[in-house]
Design a protein around this ligand. Sequence first.
Ligand code: NAP
Length: 300
Amino acid sequence: MNGRITGRTRLAGIIGWPVEQSLSPVMHNAAYESAGFDCVYVPLPVADETDLIRVVGAIRVLPFVGFNVTMPYKQVMLDLCDEVAMLAQMAGAVNTVHCVDGRLIGYNTDGRGLVDSLKADVGFDPAGATVALVGAGGAAGAALVSLVLGKASRVTIVNRTRASAEALAERIRPHARETAVDVVVLDEDAGEVIAAADVVVNATPLGMKEGEPSPVPAQWMRSGQVVADMIYRAEPTPLVLAARSVGATAVDGLGMLVAQGATAMEIWAGESRGASSREVMRRAAEEELAMRAAKRGERS
Ligand code: NAP
C-alpha cells in the first residue's frame, strides 16, 4: 500500500476472476512507491461478462490511469476498448488498458514480457532461432506475435488440440514474412520437433497446480537448449526441473510477469519510470511468493 493517498491519487488495477492470487498488486504498488508515482493498484474481481461491462463503464468515469486484464477476459476486452494497438489485435487479446480522457486503449504486453525475460534472464535473443511454442491460447498468441516481430526463423505451435493451433497459425502467417509458422499435435510425434528447437516455451497452465506433470517430458529436451515456462511458483516448476535435469537452461514465468508489468507501467507512467521499476517489481513478487510458501508450510 502506498504511504499517502490524497485527493489527487490515481487508480490502477487488475480485472479477472479469480484475482486473489495475482502478484500484480504487490508488484505495482511497490514500484509506484519507489518511483514516486501517485497511484494505487487494486484487485478488481469481476465474476462475469455482464459485470465486466459495468465495471469497464465505471472505470471510464473514475480517475484510472489504466488497468490490467487477466483470465478469462483478455479476449473479450478487445471489443470493449475504443482503440486496440496492432500487437494486441494480432495476438487476439488485451492484457493492458490505458485510460486517456475517458477512452480505453488496449495493448498486449505479454509477448514483449516473454522476449524481454528471455533476453534479460537467460541472455537469449530469438532472432534467427527455432522455437517450439507449447500451447495455442491467448498467451501463446501474444508470444507468437513477439517471436515473429523478434525475427525467429521458425515457430512450431505444439498443442493438444490441432484446430486451435491451426487457427492461431493461420491468423499470424500473413504477418510473418521472416518466420515460418507450423503446427504439431502435443503427442509422441512432438518429441522430435521439441528436441530440435533452440528454445522451448510453455504457454499452457500445466504444472501450476500441485502434483501436475511437466507439459514436456525431460527426454524431449537437451543440453544447450533454452526452456521458458510461462508459469511460476515459489519453487521451480515441473518443466524447469525437467529441463535442468538434462542440462538445458531454464527460466520460469516470473521474469515474464515482471517484464509485462514494467511495460504496463511504461505505458501509464512514462518509459523511464517503468523501465527503472523492474528490479523493485521482481523483489516484491519474489518476497510475496516466498511469504505465501512459508504460510503454506506453517499450515501443513
Ligand atoms: P488459455 O487461453 O486458456 O490457453 C491454454 C492453452 O493451454 C491451450 O492451448 C490449451 O490447449 C492448453 N492446455 C490447457 N490445459 C492443458 C493440458 N492439461 N495439457 C495440455 N495442454 C493444455 O490460457 P492463456 O491465457 O494462454 O494462459 C496460459 C498460461 O500462461 C496460464 O497458466 C497463464 O497463467 C500463463 N501466463 C503467464 C504469464 C506471465 O506473465 N508469466 C502471462 C500470460 C499467461 P487446447 O487448445 O487443447 O485447449
